[in-house]
Write a protein that binds this ligand. Structure first.
Ligand code: ZN
Length: 351
């Protein structure tokens, strides 16, 4: 450890446009009790980074701040009383982005994403991975899947954890069911296509972009839906028959939401984790009660789910999808690229 020295980071001194991301120096972080120091080798971007940079009031963040939720790297040192089972300095690690207290009743029953103090690394959970070094709770670290590169390992935590929690835990997707993935080209959407296939479901992938539909097919989607948003439920019925789908994964909101509800068969589940097209949606309650639909909200996932997910990557059962890698010094260009929504899969920074 090199106290008193500085490390390079892309930091935020103020909220606003991409010009607020400044590549420069920060004090060398020192791990406190229970924390680990990690040399960051790759950090993936999420849309959350753009919202935090712009000063979204949903997150209480003091400045300066360092963004970045999805981190892979090398374990450098452990702070006092820090435990990282199975890990020693020099090991390649991946960090779970969810920070929880570890001692409340929800944490103890394994529902740490519902902890009252739950926060996200690089958002409201402390400085994130747009830096050469980061300190994180040591218990958030797992050995990095050996078959992945650092860039690939950084690309899965937040998006795959969210999609896994949504489909496996909340919607309880089982073999033989039909799952519609709305916005299949996004980080969560492309992860959901793979996870739904892994769970044995038939997957219909909806995206407005032909290139993203092609990419969803390459990831294993059984069919794609190329319709305009207002015709989504008709297209789903044409594909699966009159009853509709068993589950819809949705993270768009706005006008697509009522259509997503209409895609469901009786007893079906809609699970949502985002509202990029608008947070207030019309909802015809008659569909909800006559069909006994389940409308489920999702926020990230638990550490136990992250562990299971990491095992699936270790065994090669899921594939990370990296669209493009930028040097950390070009974080502004990476934000611009993500905001344009041209990517399929993850955009990654490399210090
Ligand atoms: Zn807790």
């Amino acid at each position: 450890m090199v106290g008193g020295r500085t490390v390079k980071a892309a930091r935020l001194d103020a909220f606003g446009g991409i010009e607020k991301l400044v590549y420069g120096d920060l004090p060398d972080p020192v791990p406190g009790p229970g924390q680990a120091l990690v040399r960051v080798r790759a950090c993936a971007l999420n849309h959350l980074d753009l919202w935090v940079r712009q000063g979204n009031p949903a997150y209480t963040i003091s400045l300066p701040h360092v963004l970045g939720n999805d981190v892979s790297g090398i374990l450098e040192a452990l702070g006092p009383d820090a435990e990282a089972p199975g890990l020693k300095p020099g090991d390649a690690v991946v960090a779970s982005p969810g920070i929880s207290c570890g001692v409340c009743s929800r944490c103890l029953e394994g529902k740490d994403n519902l902890c009252d103090s739950y926060a996200i690394l690089g958002a409201d959970g402390g400085w994130g991975g747009y830096a050469e070094f980061i300190v994180v709770p040591a218990r958030n670290l797992l050995p990095m899947p050996s078959r992945l590169s650092f860039e690939e390992a950084a690309s899965y935590p937040l998006a795959f954890l969210t999609a896994y929690h949504m489909l496996k835990t909340l919607a309880e997707v089982r073999s033989g069911q039909t799952v519609v993935v709305v916005g299949a080209g996004s980080g969560v959407g492309s992860a959901a296509v793979q996870i739904a296939k892994h769970l044995g479901a038939r997957v219909l992938a909806a995206s407005s972009s032909e290139a993203k539909r092609e990419a969803a097919l390459a990831l294993g989607a059984d069919a794609v839906l190329a319709c305009p948003p207002e015709r989504l439920s008709k297209a789903v019925r044409a594909a699966v028959g009159r009853g509709g789908a068993d589950a819809v994964l949705e993270h768009v909101g706005g006008e697509i939401f009522p259509e997503a509800v209409r895609c469901l068969r009786p007893g079906g589940s809609l699970v949502t984790c985002g509202a990029t097209a608008g947070p207030e949606v019309p909802l015809d309650l008659r569909f909800v009660f006559f069909k006994e639909l389940r409308l489920l909200g999702a926020k990230m996932g638990t550490f136990e789910e992250f562990r299971r997910l990491t095992e699936l990557f270790e065994r090669g059962e899921l594939k990370p999808v990296v669209d493009r890698v930028f040097p950390l010094a070009d974080a502004r260009a990476a934000h611009e690229y993500l905001a344009a929504r041209k990517q399929f899969g993850k955009v990654v920074l490399r210090p």
